[in-house]
Ligand binder design. Structure first.
Ligand code: DCM
Length: 132
């Protein structure tokens, strides 16, 4: 489908831990945890959108590493794609869209209430983290 919207999210790693972000809006998603990210803007590559979104939402510079294979449906017309990314500089802060952040060690990746649509990618990201 050509006119679908791609949402990119980052499995952001640093020091062997994975970043989880708690959404503050909209009401039906608030309080649930996600891999931070957002929609592609016209003309952007997914990797460019990811770097921009993580800069806007968390105030950090990141580098996409690899796509997590797969694509997950969100609301109608929207799909989620996920990249692993490494923290290049800065310490994440919940600047936009989130009201809490947590760095999860490999054995803690099930400790937060992830959005259902993020769970397959989180599971794969956790597996990659344990392997490193
Ligand atoms: N979204 C999601 N999982 C993520 C990031 C976003 O399900 N890891 C969804 C929430 C919104 C849409 O994508 O419906 C757009 O996200 P945002 O509002 O953050 O731009």
């Amino acid at each position: 489908m050509k006119d679908r919207v791609v949402v990119v999210a980052g499995a952001l790693y640093d020091k062997g831990r994975l970043l989880a972000a708690r959404r503050s809006a909209p009401a039906e998603l608030a309080g649930r945890w996600e891999l931070p990210g957002g929609k592609l803007e016209p003309g952007e590559s997914p990797e460019q959108a990811l770097v921009r979104e993580l800069r806007e939402e968390l105030g950090v510079e990141t580098e996409p590493v690899a796509r997590i294979p797969g694509e997950w449906p969100l609301k109608p017309g929207y799909v989620l794609q996920v990249w692993t990314a490494r923290l290049v500089s800065g310490e994440p802060e919940p600047l936009e869209d989130h009201d809490a952040l947590r760095w999860l060690a490999p054995h803690e990746t099930d400790a937060v209430d992830w959005l259902d649509q993020d769970r397959p990618a989180v599971a794969e990201a956790a597996r990659l983290l344990r392997e490193r």
